[in-house]
Design a protein around this ligand. Sequence first.
Ligand code: C2E
Ligand code: MG
Ligand code: MG
Ligand code: MG
Length: 282
Amino acid sequence: RAKEKGKNNCQFYTREMNASIEEKLVLLEGLRNALDDGQFRLVYQPKVELHSGRVFGVEALVRWEHPEQGVIGPDRFIPLAEESGMIVALGEWILRSACAQNKAWQDAGLPPLCVSVNVSPRQFEEARLVERVRQALDDSGLAPQWLELEVTEGVIMRDLQQAVAKMAQVRAMGVSLSIDDFGTGYSSLSALKSFPISTLKIDKSFVRDLGRSSGDEAIASSIIGLAHRLRLRVIAEGVETEQQRSFLRENGCDEMQGYLFSRPLPPQQLAALLSAPAMRAA
Ligand code: C2E
Ligand code: MG
Ligand code: MG
Ligand code: MG
């Protein structure tokens, strides 16, 4: 009986694996042309100051409008783009588009925002990253203080010394850096103090159960305390409820991002949100 069950399980897993390998191949094949075909687009999620409710920035998040499969989220294709090396070209497109979009909003008279761009490991390690950032700023005309790069702890810890040197070059240009998904990676606290960053972003897995889990509350408030002791700002991602927001505000978190305030939006909707009278008054 057990043997039979084991065999079934085995077949089940094999079928699952084949499906995922097949899916991977199909997506990988599609990725090759997607950039040239203009199938990627960026959506922007507001970042809000907790004490004032003011929107001070947006995070650019990439979407793939697949001709057959509809909209595909980055968790499904960024890892593939990383593996295949395609992330370098895609990442450059993302960087350039985000800078150009931000400049266009400024030119249209919107209150100036900082745009945050996610940079994945292979992209960060690439020799020409700093040059590409400078080029994206030059070509768009966006001033460097309106751009931030979000990197994860994993990216930095792969080669600590080199990563810190590269971060310093980015900082020297006037572009900000933040650590994304903080608390889920492996950065040591001693390394953290040498990072030329301005913000820590609390991972949404610690935000989800605020108000319900004393463990997550302890982690979130410790990250807030740690950030402030290191003279960094701290933002929470994935804020969905009023309860989470109150906890964060009471515990001194500076900023938040999440569905409670707004989902990631296409550029026009973001501009409409920010030019609504209520937003301008706030
Ligand atoms: P991330 O940078 O940590 O982005 C946060 C993710 O949480 C986004 O998912 C966002 O849409 C989602 N989110 C925002 N508010 C809420 C909320 O209130 N509740 C919940 N449950 N989720 C929320 P998304 O857009 O699917 O992106 C997933 C990940 O893919 C990102 O995580 C980032 O690591 C990566 N990614 C997205 N865009 C890019 C990009 O342009 N370049 C690179 N290299 N990676 C990207
Ligand atoms: Mg991010
Ligand atoms: Mg994150
Ligand atoms: Mg994340």
